[in-house]
Design a protein around this ligand. Structure first.
Ligand code: NPW
Ligand code: ADP
Ligand code: K
Length: 508
């Protein structure tokens, strides 16, 4: 798989393991990294009048000296602007020595229209905010609107977290090596990378396999094998039955959006579970989706006993308070009739907010050994309500926060946003990067929770179901594009689902 994401520390470990395995040494890896960047420059900007290579003091700068040497050797006008000098006897020092161009100090960096910038100041080793001449160089490149090709990462972007330290380049292309890093996908870093090009520099899959990577870019490679395709002899209850709890008479739409998405995802049956006083309004708006009264936990138990549902959604439009807490805890601890298995629960929106005063009550319930698999889908605000300590940890990235929350809650956490992170209590995490801002529309989260429950009901394991739902949801939003409202989303899932079913069937 090439969807693994390597932290800067893992990348350095990969580097060491590759060197130990031979035949490439550190300098050999640097040559290949520089060659990959120079090739990209020549291909993408064949008419560039001049290339300005900005070199830092570490190995990122070392890559830059290789780029400059190759470009100059090809007859391209090239200037090196150096920020510091490489430490003696390092690979970077050797690369600088092998480069025939005399570096000029970065403090004088200036460039003409039509030229391009290769940013090789800092990559994986970024250790503090960009300042002084480095920050000035960012401003100069940006004021002159020069195309920027970043080596490994735009300088100033943290490879671990996607945070911007001080200032950062806004690259048109970022050439990175072996595997992407979390900072290429997490915001705001992703926005600064432009097109991301992955170059093979000789760090093989076998080396990456030794790192036991548990962070991935979300995509079908991660979960297609578990993606449900109905058997020839399927009948509706074999395809999973989802129960979605509706709010009161003036708050029923969210549950119906969720229910529609569950049905579109392939669950064979979906029931909206409604308070008695909202039955009429729900009935007026439902056709293939079933409707049943659920005012209290006795109603829930009866529904479970009679209809054997396989997954539930609780939260969208449900209301915040004691009743929501009771329903959530009842679902987590249902004394299920024999032969009944709840494949999963999705707690969203009000089901999350209702536990803001007592999150541990929820976490303890989900930690019980007989509790069903739980997926929670907080956006930033809901995340901070349930996990205030984790949300306030300024040293933690969004990836770290989702992971910590998953362990704390013993639940798969879908930490939503433009860079949604899905984390499992077993340590796996995925970053979603195919999102589109069209999804920022009221009710789109409700669709996501129904889609997740639909996949859970069809037997997908919780982490895979959550990853698949997030990816499908964002893909559908991107395909639909302008004008998208949440009502459009359940139908917009169809072409994405069709492609996945075809891919899954072809892979069999
Ligand atoms: N690993 C691999 O497989 C391969 C890696 N390769 C390349 O190596 C790169 C990583 O190299 P690296 O570890 O030397 O780190 P790098 O980014 O050059 O920075 C370290 C230097 O910068 C300094 N410094 C940092 N931030 C600063 C700031 N804001 N302002 C001022 N100074 C700052 C820092 O100083 P210090 O923290 O020590 O004070 C140190 O001197 C990687 O991105 C890729 O391009 C390829 O060659 C192929 C194989
Ligand atoms: N800018 C964006 N880019 C990509 N996805 C987004 C963006 N903004 C929101 N989303 C996605 O849209 C959904 C919104 O969910 P949520 O905030 O719960 O809204 P609502 O409660 O109105 O349904 C989430 O899945 C989120 O990840
Ligand atoms: K860089």
């Amino acid at each position: 798989m090439s969807n693994e994401l390597l932290s800067p520390a893992q990348m350095s470990e990969a580097d060491q393991l590759t060197i130990a395995a031979g035949p490439l040494d550190g300098y050999g890896l640097m040559q290949r990294a520089g060659e990959a960047v120079a090739t990209k420059v020549l291909k993408r900007y064949p008419a560039a009048t001049h290339v300005h290579v900005l070199c830092g003091p570490g190995n990122n700068g070392g890559d830059g000296y290789v780029v400059a040497r190759i470009l100059a050797g090809c007859g391209v006008g090239t200037t090196i602007w150096a920020s510091g000098t490489p430490r003696p006897e390092t690979d970077a020092a050797l690369a600088a020595k092998q480069c025939p161009l005399k570096p000029r100090p970065l403090s004088g960096f200036d460039a003409e229209a039509g030229s391009i910038v290769v940013d090789a100041l800092y990559g994986a080793g970024l250790s503090k905010p960009l300042s002084g001449d480095d920050a000035k160089a960012v401003d100069t490149a940006s004021a002159l609107r020069l195309p920027v090709i970043a080596v490994d990462l735009p300088s100033g972007v943290s490879g671990a977290s996607g945070e911007i330290l001080g200032r950062a380049f806004r690259a048109d292309i970022t050439v990175t090596f072996a595997r992407k890093k979390p900072g290429h996908l997490l915001l705001p870093g992703r926005e600064r990378c432009g097109e991301i090009v992955l170059a093979d520099i000789g760090i093989g899959d076998g080396i990456v396999a030794q790192l036991a990577v548990s962070t991935f870019e979300n995509g079908p490679d991660l979960w297609l094998r578990q993606f449900p395709v109905p058997a020839v002899d399927a009948h509706k209850y074999k395809r999973g039955h989802v129960g979605v709890f509706s709010g009161g008479p003036s708050a029923t739409g969210a549950a119906r959006l969720s229910a529609l998405a569950a049905a579109r995802s392939g669950a064979g049956a979906v029931t909206v579970l409604s308070p008695a006083n909202a039955m009429q309004v729900n009935a007026a708006h439902l056709t293939s989706i079933m409707l049943r009264k659920a005012d209290d936990s006795v109603d829930i138990d009866e529904f479970i006993g009679e209809r054997r549902p396989s997954a539930f959604v609780l939260g969208p439009g449900f209301g915040v308070g004691e009743r929501t807490r009771k329903f959530a805890l009842a679902l987590l601890s249902s004394a299920l009739p024999r032969d009944t298995r709840i494949d999963g629960l999705v707690f969203d929106a009000d089901a999350i907010t209702s536990f803001r005063e007592a999150p541990d009550v929820l976490f303890e319930a989900s930690r019980r050994s007989d509790a069903s698999a739980l997926v929670m889908t907080p956006h930033d605000g809901e995340f901070a309500r349930l996990f205030p300590g984790i949300a306030g940890d300024i040293a933690a990235s969004k990836l770290d926060k989702a992971r910590l929350a998953a362990v704390r809650a013993n639940a798969v956490i879908v930490y939503k946003g433009a860079d949604t992170v899905i984390a499992s209590p077993d340590g796996r995490a995925a970053i979603n990067a195919n999102g589109a801002p069209w999804l920022a529309t009221a009710g789109s989260g409700d669709v996501l929770s129904g889609l997740t429950a639909g996949l859970l009901a069809q037997g997908m394991p919780a982490f895979e179901a959550a990853c698949a739902a997030v990816w499908i949801h964002t893909e559908a939003g991107s395909l639909f594009g302008p004008g998208l409202i949440a009502e459009d989303l359940p139908l917009a899932l169809v072409p994405v689902l069709r492609d996945l079913v075809e891919a899954r069937t072809a892979a069999r």
